[in-house]
Design a protein around this ligand. Structure first.
Ligand SMILES: [Fe+2]
Ligand SMILES: [Fe+2]
Length: 179
């Protein structure tokens, strides 16, 4: 498998979560309510899987290695756009968490902020993924030898191996702090 293989497989799972969020948004519109637990699950998925695990591999390994290459101006511009979009995703997720907390505390004005931020995520992710799958990943591949590509793939696997440990260390540390 090429290094972009696992990243593209991850995109497919992110798309499935985006579809679930779309359904939840329609539900919010028809009922005027939201299940804060669904928002918690969506936030956990976006933070741990889409951001830390997936964007983590893109930024810390793929973009890092690309940065040392003599990139064409268009490819460098797209890479910078992708980094900005990751940051925008984080900001939107923070706003979503904040709105969900207000909603739980009985603030009904929080509902429109929850749906607004969910809509932003639903609009932004598919375009971001499309740009990577169809434009940026194929262009990136041309800068690497087969050996370099396979070295990135191995580093991706090592990155993933550490994730489950990081996730649950964070859970324990969070509980220790609140306890
Ligand atoms: Fe990305
Ligand atoms: Fe991606």
């Amino acid at each position: 498998m090429q290094a972009r293989g696992p990243l593209m497989i991850e995109h497919r799972l992110i798309e499935r979560m985006i579809s679930l969020i779309r359904v939840a948004l329609a539900d919010i519109q028809s009922t005027g309510r939201v299940d804060p637990l669904f928002v918690d699950d969506a936030v956990d998925f976006i933070r741990i899987y889409a951001d830390r695990t997936h964007h983590g591999k893109e930024e810390d390994i793929l973009f890092r290695d690309l940065d040392s290459k003599d990139l064409k101006a268009t490819d460098r511009r797209i890479m910078n756009e992708l980094i900005e979009e990751h940051a925008f995703g984080r900001k939107t997720t923070r706003a979503l968490v904040e709105a969900n907390t207000r909603y739980r505390n009985g603030d009904n004005t929080a509902l429109s902020d929850i749906s607004g931020n969910l809509e932003t995520l639903v609009d932004f992710y598919p375009e971001h993924i499309e740009k990577e799958d169809n434009v940026f990943f194929p262009a990136s591949r041309t800068y690497f030898t087969d050996e370099e590509d396979q070295a990135m793939l191995a580093e991706f696997q090592e990155f993933d191996r550490k994730m489950i440990h990081e996730k649950y260390r964070t859970v324990v540390e969070g509980l220790e702090k609140s306890g």
